[in-house]
Design a protein. Structure first.
Length: 203
């Protein structure tokens, strides 16, 4: 099974446990996650984004200060913007927050429902799913010399043909190196791969 298939499988499992949606941000480094997925109601997602609530969200604040899991009702961090109250108006009445990993590579997740609190067993299952995603998406600590060279040339502004000529390889070989780097970095595009490689100080 490919990594993307694994992520998709665990995302579907989370969706069954969280009828009003879920969110996870895997390996947050330099304020940005390696991967993030949110399935909350669109109206709430739009408002959350427009108002930049991630900077004020008590669930996110809890996730950076604590490792483990807690029901939203158990989190007593000030919420001056009434973010949780606004979430309730979108059907996200009950929820659970989860946090994994060291501060330098933190994963934060949450799940919600509208009918009742999550049971201990459900929280344990959600925690296991998000912890699994945290483990399988651990960012790389190194790239191959070939991957680094390919990324550096493209990052410097070279087009594929020019980069390949400088490296003494075919253009198809260059593209293969870039594809390999994207896979290693869990990046969708070469531009994203370059940024992640820089963020992780790999190039």
């Amino acid at each position: 099974m490919s990594l993307q298939s694994d992520i998709d499988l665990y995302t579907r499992k989370l969706a069954r446990l969280a009828p009003r949606g879920f969110f996870f941000a895997l390996h947050i480094r330099f304020a940005l996650p390696l991967i993030s997925i949110a399935t909350y109601p669109q109206g709430w997602t739009d408002r959350y984004t427009e108002e930049a609530y991630a900077l004020r969200d008590p669930i996110i604040a809890w996730g950076f200060s604590t490792i483990g899991s807690a029901r939203w009702s158990e989190i007593h961090i000030p919420d001056p913007f009434d973010i949780l109250g606004q979430a309730r108006s979108h059907g996200m009445v009950y929820g659970v927050a989860l946090s994994f990993g060291p501060m330098k590579s933190r994963t934060i997740g949450s799940a919600s429902r509208d009918d009742r609190e999550f049971t201990d067993a459900e929280i344990a299952e959600i925690a296991a799913l998000i912890d699994h995603l945290h483990q399988v998406t651990e960012p790389p600590t190194s790239l191959t010399v070939a991957q680094v060279e390919a990324l550096r040339h493209i990052a410097a502004g070279d087009r594929y043909a020019a980069a390949a000529a400088k490296l003494g390889i075919s253009e198809s070989a260059l593209k293969a190196r870039l594809a390999s780097a994207r896979t290693t970095l869990l990046a969708r595009t070469t531009t994203e791969a370059i940024q992640r490689a820089r963020d992780y100080r790999l190039i």
